[in-house]
Design a protein around this ligand. Structure first.
Ligand code: ADP
Ligand code: TRP
Length: 318
């Protein structure tokens, strides 16, 4: 077990999940964990989310929903150490130590910081330091791989630089340099208006909704009037049914958008039903989420505390 390479990743509990998130990212993530090649540590990055979500009720609700969503889509809590970042004090403790060896100009080069600057946004210290908390998240567990979306690549580079700097400053080899595992991009899932499906565009098909809500969203998908295949409907349809079957159906019912949308509702509903059922059953027993997070907390604390003892020695406070 201990010889297995470690996988670490964090997910922020922000936003309602939609099928773009599922097909574009969550599914590949779960597959990677299920491959059995790694010892996985996956956590809810609630302290990262605190930069943008400052409402206690919302934090609690979204954290629960995120855990339930990952369990519902097949993340196995027997195989994964699944915990909340805030439950493991070593993360913020190590982030502080990294603060002390990192210069401001270096952090100012981060894309996220530069984007916010360019938009003249007021940036919190927490947002500025975001990459260092993330470095702590990863380095505490001696991660070999960090599966993330392409937008997070730079953060993993910051993590590697921070590990090297610490090792150099304190003349040690305590921190292992992790590699980003950039999840292959599944084609962008279009939203009901044909743009990329995104919570910020208000064009989503929710991952967890009733059949009526699903039907309403699908019926609102824009179709062009060229008489050819309705491309947005088709692009979503092919996520849940083979293209070979779809060729036939879309040729046979060419131009009959209403019927093609009804078929899509059927197919999506069937595909999502088991995930939804699992989610509903998790809602009925609130203790499951608590138990999973409690077990994860214990394990993550044990592993990270051992690392912190070495860190404290290396810097001379112990
Ligand atoms: P949103 O755009 O709704 O805010 P996020 O930025 O939170 O979604 O994305 C979370 C993950 O889901 C990312 O890895 C992203 O690549 C993936 N994702 C989001 N929307 C889509 C989409 N329409 N198609 C494919 N993947 C998506
Ligand atoms: N920054 C990541 C995101 O926005 C979330 C995250 C926090 C993370 N800590 C991490 C991802 C550690 C991987 C490893 O998606």
């Amino acid at each position: 077990m201990t010889s297995q390479p470690v996988l670490v990743s964090g997910v922020k509990p922000t936003g309602d999940l939609h099928i773009g998130n599922y097909f574009g990212a969550m599914r590949q993530f779960v597959d990677l964990v299920a491959s059995g090649k790694y010892r996985p540590f996956i956590f809810v990055a609630d302290y990262h989310a605190l930069n943008t979500m400052q409402d206690a009720e919302e934090m609690r609700r979204r954290t629960r929903e995120l855990v339930m969503a990952y369990l519902a889509i097949g993340l196995d809590p027997e195989k994964v150490v699944f915990f909340k970042q805030s439950d493991v004090p070593a993360h913020t403790e190590l982030a502080w130590i990294f603060d002390t060896i990192t210069t401001m100009p270096y952090l100012m080069r981060a894309h996220a910081y530069k984007d916010a600057e360019a938009k003249n946004k007021e940036i919190s210290v927490g947002t500025f330091n975001y990459p260092l908390l993330m470095a702590a998240d990863i380095l505490l567990y001696d991660a070999s791989i960090v599966p993330v979306g392409a937008d997070q690549k730079q953060h993993v580079e910051y993590t590697r630089d921070t590990a090297e700097k610490f090792n150099r400053v304190f003349n040690t080899d305590l921190f292992k340099l992790p590699e980003a595992h950039i999840m292959p991009d599944v084609a962008v899932v279009p939203g009901t208006d044909g743009q990329k499906m995104s919570k910020s565009h208000g064009n989503v098909i929710p991952l967890f909704c009733t059949r009526d809500e699903l039907a309403k969203a699908v019926m609102s998908i824009v179709t062009d009037s060229s008489g050819e295949r309705p491309k947005n409907v088709y692009a979503i349809h092919k996520l849940v049914r083979s293209e070979q079957e779809l060729e036939q159906i879309y040729t046979e019912h060419q131009g009959n958008y209403k019927l093609l949308k009804e078929l899509l509702i059927e197919d999506l509903d069937r595909y999502l039903a088991p995930i939804r059922a699992k989610y509903e059953s998790l809602k009925e027993d609130p203790t499951i989420v608590e138990r999973v997070l409690e077990a994860g907390k214990r394990e993550a604390r044990a592993v990270s505390e051992t690392k912190m003892e070495q860190v404290r020695k290396a810097i001379g406070v112990a």
